[in-house]
Design a protein around this ligand. Structure first.
Ligand code: SF4
Length: 407
């Protein structure tokens, strides 16, 4: 079940990028872009498969030279996901990409500015039933709009998209999604908000040239998540200066975190650690993250620093482990089911996660080791006696405060 926190999704028309619907109530899709030369067919395909494996629904490749269009013709029949050809400057390469059988084009209105060329491409796309993304970019805004608006303002970005839409409308082409990207987060948010008010075409969200992680991840998330929470956005791309697999992973994780896509992989949570910690929580969490990476386990797993508070604080998690006195206390929905040596914490966690997904909660709770819960409770009590129970007398304090006010 998907539990989303975002506002109702903005109503848009729907387009289809190959097999992937975009807009019109379709799940928000994840995109990324290859960094290989498209003429390198095997290298590009290897990257496309890696991106698809990491969560990309659609992949963009550059079509910047005739050899790229030729490569595209070989790549398309073997690709696991629909492909978008990225076109700048040369409209003939857009026609070549269509000839290769590409599932979508991206045109930059700032780089192909002749109306007759744009219309020719739109006519050809229309004839083939291929959609186009109008990809406006603040860094390559049409010079006349730059002058008119005094720079790449939100109004200027939207005006650029609208002018391109006007050219398309002249030839009856409406199979369009739009992006108005900027490297400034406030600017891209404003531009998309304005665009959402004046068009019902689906929108492709992104913060362009966001840079390397972690800053690039933070900027992209700030821009994309803000808009998604407002119901704006139908397909997303993180533009990171990193292996594009990181873009696909980030896009997928953002959508899962916002409840906009079904969870496919582990949601690993961990306590921030504190003076009660009985283990190096950062190290154990990192080891668990590495061990769980890539596994198709759609559950929430908690790594908690102490058995005093861990199982209780993380009782909402499907599975978790909490440290105490050299042992790992494995719990399922807050109930301790096994106690393992601390050195085996991560191994036991992964093993239990696999069994939990394969066998279900009831079976794993029923298979709880005799005495595990009692052993955990004894360790908890012993630690509380050693460390004090200040963290656990909150209920008592609240009761005292209530009594004072009711007197
Ligand atoms: S689970 Fe234990 S170690 Fe982690 S933050 Fe809570 S009290 Fe501290």
């Amino acid at each position: 079940m998907i539990v989303g926190v975002a506002a109702p999704r903005r109503a848009t028309r729907q387009i289809r990028v190959g097999t992937v619907p975009v807009g019109g109530g379709a799940p928000v899709s994840v995109q990324s872009m290859t960094t290989t030369k498209t003429a390198d067919v095997d290298g590009t395909l290897a990257q496309i498969f890696a991106l698809a494996g990491a969560g990309a629904d659609i992949v963009r490749v550059t079509c910047n030279e005739p050899e790229a269009a030729i490569g595209l013709a070989e790549i398309l029949p073997r690709s696991p996901v629909p492909i978008v050809a990225d076109i700048h400057y040369q409209y003939r390469l857009a026609l070549a990409a269509l000839e290769a059988g590409v599932q979508c084009l991206r045109l930059n209105p700032g780089n192909i500015r002749k109306a007759d060329q744009v219309k020719l491409v739109a006519e050809e796309a229309k004839a083939r039933g291929v959609p186009i993304r109008i990809g406006v970019n603040a860094g390559s805004l049409d010079p006349d709009l730059y002058d008119k608006y005094g720079g790449p303002t939100a109004e200027a970005l939207v005006a650029s998209a609208q002018r391109e839409l006007g050219y398309f409308a002249e030839v009856g082409f409406e199979d369009v999604k739009i992006s108005v990207k900027a490297s400034s987060v406030p600017l891209m948010i404003e531009a998309y908000r304005r665009l959402a008010e004046v068009t019902d075409h689906p929108l492709h969200l992104g913060v362009t040239e966001a840079g390397p992680p972690p800053a690039g991840l933070i900027k992209s998330t700030a821009g994309i998540a803000t808009l998604l929470a407002e119901g704006i956005g139908d397909t997303i791309r993180y533009s990171l200066t990193a292996d594009p697999v990181e873009e696909a992973k980030a896009g997928r994780q953002l959508l899962e975190a916002m409840g906009l896509r079904e969870r496919k992989t582990v949601d690993l949570i961990a306590c921030p650690s504190c003076g009660r910690a009985e283990v190096d929580v950062i190290r154990v969490a990192e080891e668990a993250q590495a061990a769980l990476a890539g596994r198709q386990l759609p559950i929430q797993i908690a790594v908690m620093g102490c058995v005093v508070n861990g199982p209780g604080e993380a009782r909402g998690a499907d599975l978790g482990i909490a440290a105490g006195r050299g042992k790992g206390h494995l719990f399922v929905r807050g109930q301790v089911v096994r106690v393992v040596p601390e050195a085996r914490m991560v191994e036991a966690l992964v093993e239990e996660a696999e069994r939990l997904v394969a066998e279900g909660f009831e079976a794993r709770l029923a298979a709880a080791e005799a005495g595990a819960a009692e052993e955990a409770e004894a360790t908890r009590q012993a630690l509380m006696a050693d460390q004090g129970d200040d963290a656990n007398d909150v209920g008592e304090r609240i009761e005292l405060i209530r009594k004072k006010f009711s007197a």
